[in-house]
Design a protein around this ligand. Structure first.
Ligand code: SF4
Ligand code: SF4
Ligand code: FES
Length: 248
């Protein structure tokens, strides 16, 4: 099996180049692409890539695998063809080999205030949710911030500083949907305008590559629906609670 990897060390190379490595598929049957990369690194310690958990939890080994973004640690080697070509995640500056600079991605994440803003009144008890309220967060909270979705999104490639990107918008939706958060109206208002949310063209690349089977494109649609709902309400918070009450 041949694994071709884009190599680039800014201290040595003037431009990226492809380097080919041979891996014995028999020796690696039943293992993941990340294991093969570890093996290659033993032969060639100059190869650089990120990894941590090795089990699809930390989100650090996102890369382009035969043209499709994914995590090396959950990609079965046996599911890949005999020739595999690996590039760093697209649309991000390359630090070295398969390692990209995710500063812009984290700024997008920070821009949606990914934390709960509860009522200021101090209470002696936990802030409880009904089962239905809690269920609304399923499919939203599991994101591991691997950046596979955002770096697969053409709208992000074209507007990297203005479009929030699918991962950040999934997180925005997670907090807009949270019944304990008191800033839904502000969160929606912050996403108004031509770019932060509305640059999404529903191409669905994000959803098709997510290694956690999440659906950022659906989350973006959900935010749009919430915006429409609140735009007809004098008090968005009241409108929202009325809609939720009706729903059950
Ligand atoms: S659905 Fe929207 S966010 Fe997802 S890849 Fe397409 S344009 Fe990007
Ligand atoms: S939504 Fe999926 S692809 Fe996007 S950052 Fe989260 S886990 Fe990764
Ligand atoms: S190494 Fe942690 S998600 Fe792959």
């Amino acid at each position: 099996m041949e694994i071709v990897i884009q190599r680039f060390d800014p201290d040595v190379d003037t431009k990226p180049y492809l380097k080919s490595y041979e891996v014995d598929p028999e020796k690696f049957s039943g293992v993941m692409l990340l294991d093969a990369l570890e093996h290659i690194k033993e032969q060639d310690p100059t190869l650089a890539f990120r990894r941590s958990c090795g089990g699809g939890v930390c989100g650090s080994d996102g890369m382009s695998i035969n043209g499709r973004n994914g995590l090396a640690c959950v990609t079965q080697l046996s599911a890949l063809p005999n020739k595999v070509t690996l590039y760093p995640l697209p649309g991000m500056p390359v630090i070295r080999d398969l390692i990209v600079d995710l500063t812009r991605f984290y700024k997008q994440y920070e821009s949606v205030k990914p934390w709960l803003v509860g009522a200021e009144t101090v209470q002696d008890t936990e802030r409880l949710q009904t089962k239905d309220e809690r269920a609304k967060l399923d499919g939203l909270y599991e994101c591991i911030l691997c950046a596979c979705c955002t770096t697969a999104c053409p709208s992000f490639w074209w507007n990297p500083d203005d479009f929030a990107g699918p991962a950040a918008l999934l997180w925005a939706c997670r907090f807009i949907q949270d019944s304990r958060d008191v800033t839904q109206a502000e969160r929606l208002q912050a996403l108004e305008g031509l770019y932060a949310l509305y640059r999404c063209r529903s191409i669905m690349n994000c959803t098709s590559v997510c290694p956690k089977s999440l659906n950022p494109a659906a989350a973006i649609s959900e935010i749009r629906r919430d915006m429409v709902k609140t735009s007809f309400a004098l008090d968005p918070a009241e409108d929202r609670s009325a809609v939720e009450h009706k729903g059950g």
